[in-house]
Design a binder for this molecule. Structure first.
Ligand SMILES: *Cc1c(COP(=O)(O)O)cnc(C)c1O
Length: 482
């Protein structure tokens, strides 16, 4: 299996070759040359597999250059009931991603039982083990540099802690995260984890990461890498739980289901799209946005109007406050019939778009618009008031507490589902991470899993720094042994 770029101008690479890479050299994103197909016999055999065995079955179709026994060992130590057990009440951790049924035909797929209580752990934990494996083989080291406003940074740190050959330098805005989020990251005492609190906003931290990454000489000399959401390894790991959720919600492989996905960077739902392209019987993929509704607008009208940061709202589902979804290009590549030239044309207009009033591209009335229906997407939007209402209704009717992002997915999923299709709503985080909104909705604090009790009291390890790139570079250099 080789990987090609969505812009069609980069040489094909293997899975391990792109594992530590970001964008392709032509600025595109990597995708498999062809999606591997799952036969009916395979689907039947996979139905009863454990999560780790299913992950092996799916991933061995993508990571064809990793020896079978090695890949099997990697997934076996990634997807264990120890790692995906945060002590939350009444979950079946042996399933890794247990399915919770609200009423017959409406389910929540629990993806937040990992160490940081968000679905990002599902992919990041695998990435940590894959990185360690690949670096070991190449006798290489990697220094991961990133900026976070919450979920991604903590998931990366918990995945990379204690890993041979890997160091993490994670920037966060000083004093801008919740006490819980700060404690989650800063209480890690591992020698290879470095938390850096920047006196500024998230964007300042992000700009510093970009400045270091654009200094190609420094980047190469210091073996700097990233783990952002375009990483193919992350997308491929997320395909697995679509299969797992499908098997849990159905009796036979003749049935179809709908998935509802709270979306930001389009990484999670992109994995669902690929699972469907592989042959998983998904009848509907429902994309949910919050007030930042660029993608909802596209799927409803065909117009793609990415907004600038000044038109990106801060909402109570903050991990979806995104107006330029980085993985969307992967879907558009399939939509335009895998025509790299067409993608280059579209994205040259995206990059040039300066106003939010005009669409960067609009497929209404073109062949693409007719093609779009084949991909089975529906979409909708959920606002702060919808979120509060959904959280309240779930709590009052079922005694189930959901976080604000999952609430967005439930609201849009219930609204958009086709009658007759079982609905599987992906849970992207636990309510414990978003205490303020839960208190606003329910007048009470969310339960906190045992593993997170009292973490605010633990000693913290963090370097406070001004938004100064020179200082950051000096810090990184000083913490890499020669
Ligand atoms: C990252 C994240 C999302 C958005 O997922 P994408 O893959 O970026 O679409 C939704 N909810 C939570 C809690 C997240 O952390």
């Amino acid at each position: 299996m080789k990987y090609i770029s969505t812009r069609g101008q980069s040489p094909a690479k293997t899975f391990t070759e792109i594992l530590l890479a970001g964008l392709a050299p032509d600025g595109g994103l990597y995708l498999p040359e062809e999606y591997p197909q799952v036969t009916r016999a395979e689907l039947d055999a996979w139905r009863t597999l454990s999560y780790a065995d299913l992950a092996y079955a799916v991933l061995s179709k993508f990571a064809t250059d990793i020896p079978a026994a090695d890949l099997q060992a990697i997934v076996a130590r990634t997807y264990t009931a120890d790692i995906y057990n945060n002590g939350r009440a009444d979950s079946d951790f042996s399933q890794i991603t247990p399915l919770r049924t609200l009423v017959p035909g409406v389910h929540i797929l629990e993806l937040s039982n990992g160490p940081t209580l968000a679905f990002k752990d599902m992919a990041m934990q695998l990435l940590g083990n894959l990185f360690e494996y690949a670096l070991d083989k190449q006798h290489q080291e990697l220094n991961i540099l990133g900026a976070t406003s919450g979920d991604t940074g903590s998931a990366a740190e918990y995945a990379m802690r204690g890993k041979r050959g890997i160091r993490v330098f994670m920037l966060s805005p000083n004093g801008k995260m919740s006490a819980f989020q700060r404690a989650q990251m800063y209480s890690l005492q591992d020698e290879n984890i470095h938390n850096i609190a920047i006196n500024g906003m998230f964007d300042d931290a992000q700009d510093m990461v970009k400045a270091v990454s654009n200094d190609h000489a420094y980047k190469a000399a210091h073996k700097i890498g990233t783990v952002n959401s375009i990483n193919w390894g992350r997308v491929s790991a997320q395909i697995v739980y679509y299969f797992k959720g499908y098997f849990a919600a159905t009796q036979s492989n003749d049935e179809q289901v709908a998935f509802s996905v709270p979306s930001g960077n389009f990484g999670n739902i992109c994995a669902g799209h690929i699972a469907r392209m592989m042959g998983l019987p998904i009848g509907q993929l429902i994309l949910a946005t919050n007030e930042n509704d660029v993608l909802d607008e596209f799927f409803r009208t065909g117009a793609y109007r990415p907004r600038g940061t000044d038109h990106t709202y801060q909402t109570s589902s903050p991990s979806m406050d995104i107006s330029k979804a980085s993985n969307f290009e992967r879907f558009v590549y399939d939509l335009v019939g895998r025509d790299g030239e067409k993608v280059r044309e579209f994205w040259s207009r995206v990059d040039a778009a300066s106003s939010t009033d005009t669409a960067a591209f609009d497929i209404k009335g073109s062949d693409c618009w007719h093609e779009l229906a084949k991909f089975k997407f529906s979409s909708g939007k959920s606002t702060h008031l919808d979120r509060l209402k959904t959280i309240r209704e779930l709590w009052e009717e079922y005694g189930v507490m959901v976080d604000p992002h999952t609430a967005d997915g439930l609201k849009v999923g219930l609204e958009q589902r086709r009658p007759g299709l079982p609905l599987i709503c992906l849970e992207t985080a636990l309510p414990a991470k978003f205490e303020e909104t839960i208190v606003e909705a329910l007048g009470r604090k969310p339960e906190r899993p045992e593993s997170m009790m009292g973490i605010e009291e633990l000693p913290q390890k963090v370097e406070v720094m001004d938004a100064d790139v020179m200082q950051l570079k000096a810090f990184i250099s000083a913490h890499i042994p020669n």
